[in-house]
Design a protein around this ligand. Structure first.
Ligand code: GLC
Length: 547
């Protein structure tokens, strides 16, 4: 397999529950995805990442797996999956599976065994500790709120769950667990999968001692943990997946570790997601405290990560959106006056960077947050937990709902907006989660044939990446570091000598700029305003090219 194909790829992320329903039960499914392959081929993407489709009780929408070798019946059958693979391959589209290996469902047979007794042969598949003075073994917190430990009366001990109590953490120090995971990789590889997205992979290696954390929630003790690089190398080798597209979801990671995870000679992963740029609107670093995005911080993070990965031969995944994030246009742009301009500028801002771009379903249409107004509209376990937590902190109902509306993972999980018919063409039944009201205006049918739509702009970005080598192969240098309004960088150094200058106005006011030396006569490659102006207009992006 060509070791570099993933550097030239554009990945499209599908959230199966919300993409396309084919049987009217209100939940998206594999046959629905298959029926939309031509839409994806037309967009030009060549890799699909499917969020988990393995069997699961769906406490965390599939990130709680109860059988790694079976398809969740709500999404279809293994035959449906095989048919999807074949038809995707016929269109030159490869499929990447989401694999959740830090934890399983508490309904997985391993955990059902493990909890039975202290001498059960699966006991050491999970992390069990005795309580301390009648309390949890330590003070670590779970990501979705509350303690990271749950008491289990059967053996009078606690098990660790970094996410919900229905997601017990696996014990990666146990070689049997590591071998089970490699075997699961081999199973999916044999089916014809061309890559994997590894869920929260940088927290698999826990410390030797489980001490209290008096500075935080415990994550500093297991983030990029002591054996994580070793376990990844081992997993990749034993699973036989070196050279496939592999992307690690790295929560709270560091640049140094991501270089380690992705530098070519290391045989770990091909690329990483990091989330630092998606915390620039977290007040005091807290997800549930609102503030407008800090553009200076955003620019600095892009520069540090892009230039840092480049110097040391690492590789980035480029993204604004996924199934855990609010919609970028509502968050970093405008979903009213400058909806189209900001959706396009945000796309251009990352698609010309060094790395592999990811498009999250509906992002290419400019889909927005749904602005739900009642807690009953939310389905996500984290949002529902935090609703209670925020209310207990004496925040008013109104303030709480405002925070949740801006930060909920459900913001991106509403049904794909295919057309203006009922339920946006997503289902003939009752959708499992409500839609954004704007689907009558923002939808694929309205945008596909309109050369001036957000979707056409994305299609152009995908096309340019395939036809201008400097985008996938070139070097990057950031410009105007002190101008908070303007994200600007230069791409250069590819074989054909082309250079690009990318200028993005991050704000809704005019941003004056001067061109760097040597760019006065450069041609316009792309922009989101029809003409050129002395200042960049609200959310304008302008990409110049010269030989
Ligand atoms: C990742 C997933 C998220 C999930 C969590 C626990 O962050 O993207 O959706 O809840 O891991 O598996």
């Amino acid at each position: 397999m060509d070791r570099k194909w993933w550097k030239e790829s554009i990945v499209y992320q599908i959230y199966p529950s919300s993409f396309q329903d084919s049987d009217g039960d209100g939940i998206g499914d594999l046959n629905g995805i298959r029926s939309r392959l031509d839409y994806l081929k037309d967009l030009g993407v060549n890799v699909l990442w499917l969020c988990p489709i393995m069997d699961s009780p769906m406490d965390d929408n599939g990130y709680d797996i109860s059988n790694y070798r079976a398809i969740n019946p709500r999404f279809g059958t293994m035959e449906d999956f095989d048919a999807l693979l074949v038809e995707a391959h016929q269109r030159g589209i490869r499929i990447v599976m989401d694999l959740v290996v830090n934890h399983t469902s508490d309904e997985h047979p391993w955990f059902i065994e493990s909890r039975k007794s202290v001498d059960n042969s699966y006991r050491d598949y999970y992390i069990w500790k005795p309580g301390k003075d009648g309390h949890e073994p330590n003070n670590w917190g779970a990501s979705f709120g509350g303690s990271a430990w749950k008491y289990d009366p059967q053996t009078d001990m606690y098990y660790l769950h970094l996410f919900s109590p229905k997601q017990p953490d696996l014990n990666w120090e146990n070689p049997a667990v590591r071998e089970e995971m490699a075997d699961i990789l081999r199973f999916w590889k044999a089916k014809g999968i061309k890559g994997f997205r590894f869920d929260v992979i940088n927290v698999i290696s826990k410390p030797e001692v489980y001490e209290d954390d008096f500075e935080g929630d415990g994550r500093r003790f297991y983030t990029d943990g002591r054996n994580v690089h070793k376990y990844l190398k081992e997993l990749v080798a034993a699973g036989g997946i070196d050279g496939m597209i592999t992307v690690g979801e790295m929560s709270s990671t560091t640049l140094e570790n991501c270089i380690g995870y992705t530098a070519e000679g290391n045989h770990e992963l091909t690329m990483c997601f990091n989330f630092h740029h998606l915390k620039v609107d977290y007040k005091n670093g807290q997800k549930w405290e609102l503030m407008p995005p800090d553009h200076m911080a955003l620019k600095k993070l892009f520069q540090t990560w892009q230039e840092g990965m480049q110097v040391h031969g690492g590789w980035n995944a480029l993204f604004w959106c996924n199934h855990d994030q609010p919609r970028a246009v509502s968050r970093f742009g405008s979903d009213t006056t400058y909806w189209k301009e900001s959706a396009e500028m945000l796309a251009a801002a990352i698609h010309f960077m060094r790395g592999t771009p990811y498009i999250y379903q509906g992002e290419e249409l400019g889909m927005t947050n749904p602005h739900f107004t009642s807690i009953d509209q939310y389905r996500d376990v984290e949002s529902r937990n935090y609703y209670k937590i925020l209310r207990q902190q004496d925040k008013s109902e109104e303030e709480t709902l405002d925070i949740i509306a801006q930060r909920s993972r459900d913001d991106s999980r509403t049904p794909m907006q295919w057309n203006s018919s009922e339920n946006a063409g997503f289902t003939t039944g009752t959708p499992w989660i409500g839609l954004a009201d704007n689907y009558k205006a923002i939808n694929a049918a309205a945008e596909v044939d309109d050369p001036d739509s957000v979707r056409s702009f994305y299609k152009m970005l995908v096309h340019l990446r395939k036809t201008h080598k400097v985008i996938s192969e070139g070097k990057i240098e950031f410009l105007y570091p002190d101008n908070a309004d303007l994200l600007a960088y230069r791409r250069y150094g590819a074989e054909d000598g082309e250079e690009l200058l990318v200028l993005c106005n991050l704000t809704e006011h005019d941003a004056p700029y001067t061109l760097p030396e040597g760019w006065a006569d450069a041609d316009k490659l792309l922009g989101n305003y029809p003409d050129r102006n002395d200042a960049l207009r609200p959310y304008e992006c302008l990409i110049l090219t010269k030989a």
